[in-house]
Ligand binder design. Structure first.
Ligand code: FPP
Length: 264
């Protein structure tokens, strides 16, 4: 592009290259923990006259691609909402298909995750998951438990209200047992009772496919999180889209209820 600037004609690049943008992003504060509501798999498939499950399968590949790229950006934790407590209402064949995905995902990707020092975790109620799903997740968690790099957490059979109720019950039991005084209950008590106890709070939440709601995802944990909504369906979500979300995060003014730096 030719641009007149102070009388001089200069050649400027049309767009910064992707690699330059990655470089710049990593020189600024990258969100420590990114949480993603992966939505739009069904619509992605429908647009292509494919069955809905084809969208979930493609969505699984996107998880792999985005995990790699998040790792490259220096993200420490990535939490993906793979199956909510409400998703059991879907047709049985679709539920069964989704429940087989961890096995395929981990079968292909586990060696690479081990090499990349990635740790696999889950949040949600495991009891109702099929045995084969629990088994592959348990094997992956065991094989990566000493890894110290990015933590990839699958939210499976996860619902935030149920999680908060469960945490409240734990706290109430501790009070009942005389281990905790009511007046000593703090935000930290709650943080430690939640399924996300070992994770930092998400700094960035992404939801794909144009839906603008939380759908019972991490309601307590997202209190001060920055939100990024995009119309892109999850199977089409690329490295460049994640970079765009991170760049958007880096342009935000996070005040946590206070004032801008330096303002009185
Ligand atoms: C929402 O899209 C997506 C889901 C309920 C399933 C998400 C699961 C994956 C992306 C695969 C996860 C991978 C592993 C390894 C578990 P939707 O079906 O609601 O889309 P729609 O709104 O367009 O119908």
């Amino acid at each position: 592009m030719l641009k007149k600037w102070f009388g001089k004609t200069e050649t400027l690049p049309l767009n910064e290259s992707f690699e330059e943008r990655v470089q710049q992003a990593t020189e600024h504060t990258v969100p420590t923990h990114i949480a993603i509501i992966m939505d739009g798999n069904g619509r992605w498939a429908k647009k292509r006259n494919l069955p809905r499950v084809a969208g979930h399968h493609e969505g699984m590949k996107t998880v792999r691609k985005i995990t790699r790229f998040a790792d490259r950006l220096g993200v420490k934790a990535l939490t993906v909402y793979a199956f909510s407590t409400e998703n059991w209402k879907r047709p049985r064949t679709e539920v069964e298909f989704i429940m087989k995905l961890p096995q395929e995902f981990l079968g292909d990707f586990l060696p690479e995750m081990i090499e990349r020092n990635i740790r696999v975790e889950t949040i949600g109620e495991p009891e109702q998951l099929p045995a084969h799903t629990r088994k592959s997740l348990a094997e992956a968690m065991e094989a990566t438990k000493h890894n110290t790099g990015l933590v990839l957490t699958f939210a499976l059979n996860y619902g935030s209200r149920a999680e908060i109720i469960q945490a409240t019950q734990k706290i109430a039991q501790a009070v009942q047992a005389g281990e905790l005084r009511v007046e000593d209950i703090t935000e930290q008590t709650m943080n430690e009772a939640l399924m996300t106890a070992s994770l930092p709070e998400p700094e960035l939440l992404i939801r794909t496919s144009g839906e603008v709601r939380l759908s019972n995802f991490m309601l307590w944990q997202l209190a001060y999180t920055e939100f990024f909504f995009t119309d892109i369906n999850w199977p089409d979500f690329s490295e460049e889209h994640l970079l765009e979300a991170v760049e958007s995060f880096q342009g935000r003014d996070r005040r946590f209820g206070g004032l801008k730096g330096g303002e009185a």
